[in-house]
Ligand binder design. Structure first.
Ligand code: SF4
Length: 379
């Protein structure tokens, strides 16, 4: 078995990534929100130029799958008309920003996220590695701690703070200084050697011994909360997608109901709705076992996959012990869940998986080469 390929960058819309089912075109919805017109347009374009399947990424992006190189220019024209395309690849790469999705129009989270988006679009903004990103949440209880980000603007016990991921140190900021301070921290990351050969993450850089500038000090952080469950929220209905994927037709039906906020939890927030829509592919029950399974694209969608993964996830869901999480990975790279999980199945051949307990997809397995029936018994 060959080692999985590490690309070191994430696909965008202008710089898509080739996968097993065609190009993956990642759309970064401005401030994590699609108007009804934009959502309807994305659904129509995904059906016209892709294979009609749309993934929601763990960084709250919308990924149109199955696009052929020949239809990519027409797709970009359509997305541009919807206001969803950046000026160029560099601007698109920098605008890697996750926003706490329950913001209200004009509140602090919304205002700072807007300011940071504008700052990242300036020509003098730092050119950051493709996976480097920001998280903004100014509410009393952080809920994005488990979401991948390198620079976080959040609320500490004594007010707004700027916190580099992987550090207990933070710098106090205000609404007026937060965006520029975040960019200054990004510049420090580059200048202090955080991205040799254009790749790097903040937590790794700090763990290797990099010393933060003097204004970063011990700052009491507020305890974070877990990701919310599907259901009614103050901002609308939170609906989960089976394994983070939605069809173009279900997205189009949702677009008729409400503007949509994309969350980093493989869920969509339907703004202002008080009742859950009855549409195919949506999960409303917070106890549905499929919500406890992280599963990657697998074969044939991913060229590195050694087996299909999603059918196995559907088969195993009813057998998953309550309260346990399962990670099914088409190869040892573990894209769907980079950290350890209670149970991990890593494909080693078509319909054959290694079983790992309390480890990552590339950890030493407890059992090897299991077929689906053997896995059911083992878990
Ligand atoms: S973990 Fe899954 S999606 Fe990632 S490279 Fe391997 S097979 Fe592909």
């Amino acid at each position: 078995m060959s080692a999985p390929v590490v690309h070191g960058w994430c696909p965008g819309a202008l710089r898509p990534m080739m996968s097993g089912d065609g190009l993956v075109v990642r759309v970064r919805a401005p401030l994590g929100r699609l108007t009804q017109e934009q959502a309807a347009g994305v659904a129509r374009l995904a059906a016209e130029h892709g294979n009609g399947l749309i993934d929601m990424s763990a960084r709250a992006n919308v990924q149109i799958r199955g696009v052929s190189p020949a239809s990519h220019p027409a797709l970009i024209d359509g997305l541009t008309a919807l206001g969803l395309i950046d000026r160029d690849v560099a601007a698109e790469t920098r605008r890697n920003l996750v926003i706490q999705p329950f913001w209200s129009e004009g509140d602090l989270t919304h205002r700072i996220a807007h300011a940071l988006t504008e700052a990242l679009a300036q020509p003098d903004a730092p050119d950051l590695p493709g996976k480097f990103g920001f998280a903004v949440e100014c509410g009393p209880e952080p809920i994005l701690r488990a979401t991948s980000a390198d620079i976080r603007i959040e609320r500490g016990e004594n007010g707004l703070i700027l916190r580099p991921d992987g550090s207990d140190l933070a710098a106090p900021v205000t609404e007026d200084t937060a965006a520029e301070a975040a960019l200054d921290l990004a510049r420090w990351f580059l200048a202090s050697g955080g991205a040799p050969e254009g790749r790097g993450r903040m937590a790794r850089h700090l763990a290797s011994g990099a010393v933060l500038p003097g204004q970063f000090r011990e700052a009491p952080v507020v305890a974070g909360a877990a990701a919310p469950a599907p259901g009614t929220t103050s901002a609308g209905q939170l609906v989960a997608l089976e394994f983070g994927q939605i069809t173009a037709s279900t997205l189009a039906a949702q677009a008729e109901l409400a503007p949509i906020r994309v969350t980093p939890w493989r869920m969509l927030l339907l703004e202002g709705m008080t009742e859950a829509p009855d549409l195919p592919g949506l999960i409303h029950d917070a106890h549905d076992p499929r919500l406890r399974i992280d599963v990657c694209t697998g074969a044939p969608g991913c060229p590195q996959a050694l087996s299909p993964t999603r059918d196995l996830a559907r088969t195993l869901a009813p057998h998953l012990p309550a309260s346990q999480r399962l990670h099914i990975s088409g190869c040892a790279k573990g894209c769907a869940h980079p950290g350890p999980a209670a149970l991990t199945l890593t494909a080693t051949a078509p319909a054959r998986f290694d079983l790992i307990r309390d480890g990552r997809a590339d950890a030493t397995p407890e059992a090897t080469g299991l077929a689906p029936d053997q896995i059911k018994k083992a878990i």
